[in-house]
Design a protein around this ligand. Structure first.
Ligand code: ADP
Length: 621
């Protein structure tokens, strides 16, 4: 009657999509899809990140190239601009000097100026003439020296720094003029301390000059004009010494370190007075990129063609490099915009995901609420079911009581009727004095009493099977004892009873008397079932299987129809005539076996009849 329920592990099955899922519905972790890139297998996530950093990388690469290009273009532009400016500055220098270049030449021929060389009495007149002329032409000073270098007439004769009586024979322009050449020189005035350009001519021009006429041109005006431009432009002499320009702090310093001999020569000419002639920087003078006073400059140079002067134009390198910074700033701005756009998109996506999650949470809450409702509903149904079951049980108990009462009444009525008959018969025999017949009737009455007693006994057993001694026994012995107990019935009916016992022990800790009661009941039923057969036969087997002792009782009777197999274990179910059975045997047997921790079931036997199988737990070793 036991039904085996097998709970195995849920088998894995394949879906048509090829995904492996187990029967619980959980799908195995899906491998992350990946793509081959440059021989590497990259996952979709890594690829997506790579794609995201590509645009900034491209911008950076482009910025490197563009910055170089922009700086190069800026250098070209700055160089071209510098060249233009230099040409302009050179023109202004030459124009300024050109204005005065021929002044000494003209003055040298004018007796109002040079007459003083032969007649000192003309000094005053010469001085005044020179003063007027200087004022008219804008020359800084105009003066006449005798052939020894002594100044004999000067336009500044009436000033504190008058050149009168001073000797300038040491000046190179004086010697050059005496030699019949054009004397040209730039120097810091030995008397005034003010820088100026000197043009000198001998007078008269020829092999024996009597003196030299000189004009000193003030370059201040030029410088003042240049300063207004706000540019860094300077003029250097043949040695690279700065003597003119927009940078006062660089004046009389050299672009590159000077040779000692050069320094000595400059000092002997007193060209720059007592200036220190330090160097502005340590690198070569012609370098295009150089650093002066902590500022990097780009330098452009142009020869002035006058006394080997050079004019220099300086552009701060920071200005030249500005476009590079602009390019980088633009690149970073672009990357920033990109990053902000990405963040914006991401936050929007996150917003969408959050909204989705919120929706999911809402539907989960809804689902949960429905589940709770369903559980409540199930509990209610279960309660109702239990109540219905209880009602049914009550009803079936009542039905059973009714059935049993009918069966008991039927069982007892017959012997009671017989008893009445035997009692009246005994009375009659007693009146007739037939003592032997009276005794015979009394025997019959006693037999009926015994039958009624056994019936009540059996009913009592069903109601309360009672205790039985528990001990460890060999179940093969129980089976043998049971066979002995039914021997009278076997002999009476002529049914063949065979026992097949395992050779090994079949020990169980159980109630042997109860087990025998069950076995006797099974064998008796089997005998009843096959009685009418041509070769009635009952087979009883005993063996061990797993942790259980198994005993089987099979017959070759008609068997039990499938639909009755469950019902035969119900109390009072019987197919036998009322006198032959109460239908309590199997019900009692099943209850006993259950109490002993075993099971009792029925199936079709090999020889066509029924086969009852009893299982009991084997004793622990
Ligand atoms: P009873 O023997 O008093 O009828 P049981 O509970 O022992 O009561 O048996 C109930 C019923 O089970 C029987 O009436 C019979 O129909 C059926 N049955 C029991 N054993 C067998 C068997 N070996 N072969 C066929 N039917 C059987």
């Amino acid at each position: 009657m036991t039904t085996a329920n097998s709970y195995g592990q849920a088998p894995a099955v394949s879906t048509p999509e090829g995904t492996v899922v187990d029967a619980t519905g959980a799908s195995a972790a899906r491998p992350d899809a990946s793509w081959p890139v440059l021989g590497l297998r990259l996952s979709r996530r890594v690829l997506r990140r790579l794609v995201l950093v590509l645009p900034p990388l491209a911008v950076l690469a482009a910025a490197v190239l563009a910055a170089d290009w922009a700086e190069e273009r800026s250098r070209e532009r700055s160089d071209a601009g510098a060249r233009e400016r230099l040409t302009l500055y050179r023109e202004t220098i030459l124009r300024e000097l050109e204005k005065y270049r021929y002044l000494p030449y003209i003055v040298a021929r004018d007796p109002r100026a040079v007459g003083v060389l032969s007649d000192p009495a003309q000094t005053d007149a010469a001085n005044r003439f020179l003063k007027d002329l200087a004022a008219t032409t804008g020359a800084d000073a105009l003066y006449v020296m005798d052939r020894n270098g002594l100044t004999v007439a000067a336009s500044n004769f009436d000033t504190a720094n008058s050149f009168m009586g001073r000797n300038y024979a040491f000046r190179p322009y004086f010697q050059a003029a005496l030699d019949g050449e054009e004397g040209r020189f730039f120097a810091v005035g030995a008397t005034t301390g003010e820088p100026g350009f000197f043009f000198a001519r001998s007078t008269p021009s020829g092999v024996r000059p009597r003196g030299v006429v000189v004009v000193k041109v003030d370059m201040d005006r030029l410088e003042r004009n240049w300063l207004e431009g706000g540019e860094t432009v300077i003029v250097t002499d043949v040695h690279g010494v700065v003597f003119l320009g927009t940078r006062d702090d660089w004046r009389y310093a050299s672009i590159a370190p000077l040779d000692d001999m050069v320094v000595a020569a400059i000092r002997s000419d007193r060209q720059y007075g007592g200036e220190r002639l330090q160097s502005l920087q340590e690198g070569p003078a012609h370098a295009t990129d150089l650093e002066i006073g902590g500022t990097a400059y780009r330098q452009a140079r142009l020869r002035v063609g006058l006394l080997d002067w050079s004019i220099h134009y300086f552009t701060p390198l920071a200005e030249v490099r500005a476009p590079r910074r602009t390019v980088w700033a633009a690149a970073f701005a672009l990357i920033l915009v990109y990053a902000v756009a990405l963040l914006f998109l991401r936050s929007r996506r996150l917003g969408r995901v959050t909204a989705g999650l919120r929706q999911d949470a809402a539907s989960l809450r809804d689902l949960n609420r429905r589940l709770v409702d369903e559980v409540d509903e199930r509990r209610r149904v279960e309660r109702e079911l239990r109540e219905t079951q209880a009602d049914l049980a009550r009803a079936s108990r009542l039905a059973a009581v009714g059935q049993m009462s009918a069966a008991v009444a039927h069982e007892l009525n017959q012997p009671l009727a017989a008893l009445g008959m035997f009692v009246s018969g005994a009375r009659l025999y007693h009146q007739r004095g037939e003592a032997a017949e009276v005794l015979e009737n009394l025997d019959e009455i006693d037999a009926l009493r015994l039958r009624m007693a056994s019936l009540t006994q059996e009913l009592k057993r069903f109601a309360r099977p009672g205790e039985s001694r528990i001990e460890t026994v060999d179940l093969r012995d129980c089976l043998k004892t049971s066979a002995k107990l039914v021997r009278p019935r076997v002999e009476e009916t002529g049914v063949a009873l065979h026992l097949h016992l395992t050779s090994a022990d079949l020990l169980a800790t159980t109630a042997p008397l109860r087990v025998e009661q069950v076995l006797v009941n099974l064998i008796r039923n089997a005998i009843d079932a096959c009685q009418g057969e041509a070769e009635p036969r009952v087979e009883a087997r005993a063996w061990s299987e797993g942790g259980s002792a198994m005993i089987e009782v099979a017959d070759n009777g008609a068997g039990i129809p499938e639909e009755l197999r469950e019902r035969i274990f119900e109390p009072f179910f019987t197919t036998k005539p009322a006198a032959a059975g109460l239908g309590l045997g199997l019900a009692i047997s099943a209850r006993i076996v259950e109490d002993l921790g075993g099971g009792l079931s029925v199936r079709g036997g090999r020889s066509g009849g029924a086969c009852f199988v009893l299982s009991l737990p084997l004793a622990r070793q």
